[in-house]
Design a protein around this ligand. Sequence first.
Ligand SMILES: NC(=O)c1ccc[n+]([C@@H]2O[C@H](COP(=O)([O-])OP(=O)(O)OC[C@H]3O[C@@H](n4cnc5c(N)ncnc54)[C@H](O)[C@@H]3O)[C@@H](O)[C@H]2O)c1
Length: 289
Amino acid sequence: MNKTVMHELLEINRIESTFPLCSSENLADDHEQSVKVVGILGCGAIANIITNFAAEGKLGVDVNFFYDKDIERAENLASQVDGTVLLSIEDMLDKVDLVIEAASPQAVREVVPTIIGAGVDMIVMSVGALLDNELRERLDKLAKENNAKIYAPSGAIVGIDGIKAASIGKIQSASLVTRKPPRSLGISTDEEKILYEGKAGDAVLKFPMNINVAATLSLACGMEVDVKIIADPAVDRNMHEVHVIGEFGEFKTITENMPCATNPKTSTLAAYAAIRLLKSLNENLKIGT
Ligand SMILES: NC(=O)c1ccc[n+]([C@@H]2O[C@H](COP(=O)([O-])OP(=O)(O)OC[C@H]3O[C@@H](n4cnc5c(N)ncnc54)[C@H](O)[C@@H]3O)[C@@H](O)[C@H]2O)c1
């Protein structure tokens, strides 16, 4: 099915969810394009876990194309799945259904517009970059014009499904306390140290590689969450406490994440979230908001 037809079906589906009696169930059933071939932008810790799953045949899609500004990293991952290393992201665009960005906020600014502009879907891991309103609106516009999708997985945090549902009503407050071993925050200290207290937008500017969860929460609920970042030598996991109060009631979540072996700043759950999202793109029964 071509993308224009799919876009029209999506529109029909959207309109009919407002007027549910006139159902286009059969048409809407296959409105989502299946994802078969995936490329990777950024071949570090997250990409490594995703590629391992692919190598074991557990991903359900082929991860065949790899790009990293450090070519050795791309070669290393490509060798695990007999994949191909590309020297530029442009070379990937006519070969893949979707690109997973697992690189950096800078890559989201510099490279993602090219990918979306070519009508290729994306999973973006460096979600912090999307708190930049100008960039997010530009990417959203490009995605609409080129019928591409941008997916931001729940990543290293739990509660994104709940906060999305909660945001249908009024949210009074949403806060995040992130507690990490000092080495995960790139510092050394023998005692607990509050490194940041304030709104998510500023936290993302000060800790761009560490605070994607604050960005994901903020984007999910449509308001900047209150963030506290603590370096704590007493913990050996990356911990996130979320507290949301709204019209729906109240919820609290605690996530204790195992750091990735190859990058302690990154949590294994973040890679698992991308893998799960990838799988869900080809599923007919989707669970969760
Ligand atoms: N959404 C979440 O919850 C979540 C959780 C953890 C990490 N992240 C983010 O995901 C991204 C990847 O994390 P990681 O732990 O795999 O990082 P990593 O440092 O282990 O690997 C990143 C790789 O990307 C490459 N790279 C960086 N910028 C590039 C560019 N402009 N072009 C090409 N290659 C580039 C690097 O050379 C490196 O190989 C980071 O931005 C990180 O902050 C998000």
